[in-house]
Design a protein around this ligand. Structure first.
Ligand code: UD1
Ligand code: UDP
Length: 374
C-alpha cells in the first residue's frame, strides 16, 4: 500500500494561521493526504489565539518569537530551524502562506531540501518595494521557487505571468481568508458575542468605528498622524465610538496608547481572538485599517473599509468601490471618514454584494489540485 502524501504546513503569524487553518483542516479530512503543522511561532500569543479557535495544535513548535525581534534575526532562525525539521520529516510538499518572514524563509528552507513548495495567496503585488515593507519583497522572492502558486484572483495570476512564472505552476483558487471567515461565522452563530476588554453595553446606541494598524513602513510619524486622525474623527462624530485592538508589536503599542489613551469614546483593547474580532467587524459601521486580511474579509460582511496606506496589493476591493485608499495624512483620513459617516448614499455605494477575493471554497480547490498533481 502506498503511503499517504505528507504535506507540511508552515505558519507563524496570526494572518497565516487564519488563512491556512481551513486548508489544513481540508487536507486533514482527506484520507490520502497527511497534514503536519509546523509552527515557527514568529508570533506567540497572536498565533496561539487563532489555533485554539480552530481547535488545532502544532505537531512541531519552533517557538522562535523574541520581544521586538529584528527582521534578520527572526528570518535567520526560521531558515535554519525549519530546514532541520524538513530534513527529518521528508514531506512530499510544503505549503507556505502570504508574505511574512515565516512564508519566505520556510519556502527557502524547503527549496534547499528540494521539497516542492505551494504558495497560498501567491501573486499579490504593489510593485513598490517600500510598501508593504518588507512583505512586497517576501512575496516576489517566494513565487519563483514554488511548484504551485495558488493565486487568489485573476489579477494575481496576471502578475505572476508577467514575471515569467510558467502558466502550469499557477492556479486560481480564491482567497482562503473568505473560507476562514465563513468557518468563523459558523462557529460564532447569529447571537451577539461578548468582546473581551469591553464593558457589556458600551457599544449600545453608538456607531462603531473599528480600527487596526501595524505596518512597519508606517512606524513613527505616519502612525502618529493616523492616531491623530482617529481622535479627530471621534471628536467630530459624537454618536460614534472607536475600538482599537492594539497589535502587540511595541512600535505600535507605545504611540497608540500615548496618543489615544484617556478618551471616553476610544477603547484601546488587547488583540482579540478571531471570533470576537469577527463580532466587532459585523457590528461596525466603518473599518479603518492597514491590515491585509481585514480588506479581504470586510466585503463578505458588507462593511466599507478605509485603507490607511499609500497603496495596496489587494486592489480588487478598491476597484469595486468597496474600499478606499486614504493614505496616512491626518486631514485626508478625517475628511474621508467624516464624509462616509454623514453621507448615507456614498456609504451605501461601498456596501458589497459580492466578495471579489473569494467564495469560501478556495481550500477545497487547493486540496483537489494537490491530489491531482502530487
Ligand atoms: C508580522 C509580519 C507582517 C504581518 C503581521 C501580522 C513579517 C516581517 N511581518 O509583523 O507581514 O502583517 O505579522 O500581524 O513577517 N509580538 C508579541 N506577541 C505576538 C506577536 C508579536 O509580543 O504574538 C511582538 C513581539 O515583540 C515581536 C513583535 O511584536 O517581536 C514583532 O513581531 P513580528 O512578527 O516580527 O512583526 P509584526 O509587526 O507582527
Ligand atoms: N484579527 C483578529 N484579532 C484582532 C485583529 C485582527 O483576529 O484583534 C484578524 C483579522 O480578522 C484578520 C487578521 O487577524 O483575519 C489580520 O491580521 P493582521 O492585521 O495582524 O495581519 P495582515 O492581514 O495585515 O497581514
Amino acid at each position: 500500500m502506498s503511503r499517504r502524501k505528507r504535506i507540511v504546513f508552515s505558519m507563524g503569524t496570526r494572518p497565516e494561521a487564519i488563512k491556512m487553518a481551513p486548508v489544513y483542516l481540508a487536507v486533514k479530512a482527506s484520507p490520502d493526504l497527511e497534514a503536519i503543522l509546523l509552527s515557527t511561532a514568529q508570533h506567540r500569543q497572536l498565533l496561539d489565539q487563532v489555533l485554539s479557535v480552530f481547535g488545532i495544535q502544532p505537531d512541531v513548535d519552533l517557538n522562535l518569537m523574541s520581544p521586538n525581534q529584528g527582521l534578520s534575526e527572526i528570518s535567520a532562525k526560521i531558515l535554519t530551524e525549519t530546514q532541520k525539521v524538513l530534513s527529518s520529516l521528508k514531506p512530499d510538499a510544503i505549503l507556505v502562506h502570504g508574505d511574512t518572514a515565516t512564508c519566505l524563509f520556510s519556502a527557502l528552507a524547503a527549496f534547499y531540501e528540494r521539497i516542492p513548495i505551494g504558495h497560498v495567496e501567491a501573486g499579490l503585488r504593489t510593485y513598490d518595494f517600500d510598501a508593504p515593507w518588507p512583505e512586497e519583497m517576501n512575496r516576489r522572492l517566494a513565487d519563483p521557487i514554488c511548484r504551485w502558486c495558488f493565486a487568489p484572483t485573476e489579477r494575481a495570476r496576471q502578475n505572476l505571468l508577467r514575471e515569467g512564472i510558467s502558466e502550469q505552476h499557477i492556479y486560481i483558487t480564491g482567497n482562503t481568508a473568505v473560507d476562514g471567515l465563513f468557518l468563523g461565522l459558523e462557529k460564532l452563530g447569529s447571537q451577539p458575542a461578548a468582546i473581551p476588554g469591553l464593558e457589556p453595553g458600551c457599544l449600545d446606541g453608538k456607531r462603531l468605528i473599528l480600527v487596526t494598524g501595524h505596518r512597519r513602513e508606517s512606524f513613527g510619524v505616519q502612525m502618529e498622524q493616523i492616531c491623530r486622525a482617529f481622535r479627530q474623527i471621534i471628536d467630530d462624530n459624537p454618536d460614534c465610538v472607536l475600538v482599537y485592538p492594539v497589535h502587540l508589536n511595541p512600535h505600535v503599542q507605545r504611540p497608540v496608547r500615548q496618543l489615544l489613551g484617556g478618551n471616553s469614546r476610544i477603547f484601546l483593547i488587547e488583540p482579540v481572538e478571531y471570533l470576537p474580532f469577527i463580532e466587532l467587524m459585523r457590528r461596525s459601521a466603518l473599518i479603518i485599517t492597514d491590515s491585509g486580511g481585514i480588506q479581504e474579509e470586510a466585503p463578505s460582511l458588507q462593511k466599507p473599509v478605509l485603507i490607511t496606506r499609500r497603496t495596496t496589493e489587494r486592489p480588487e476591493a478598491v476597484e469595486h468601490g468597496l474600499a478606499q485608499i486614504v493614505g496616512t495624512q491626518t486631514e485626508a483620513i478625517v475628511s474621508r471618514a467624516n464624509r462616509l459617516l454623514t453621507d448615507a448614499s456614498e456609504y451605501q455605494q461601498m456596501i458589497a454584494t459580492q466578495n471579489p477575493f473569494g467564495d469560501g471554497h478556495a481550500s477545497q480547490r487547493i486540496v483537489d489540485i494537490l491530489r491531482d498533481t502530487l
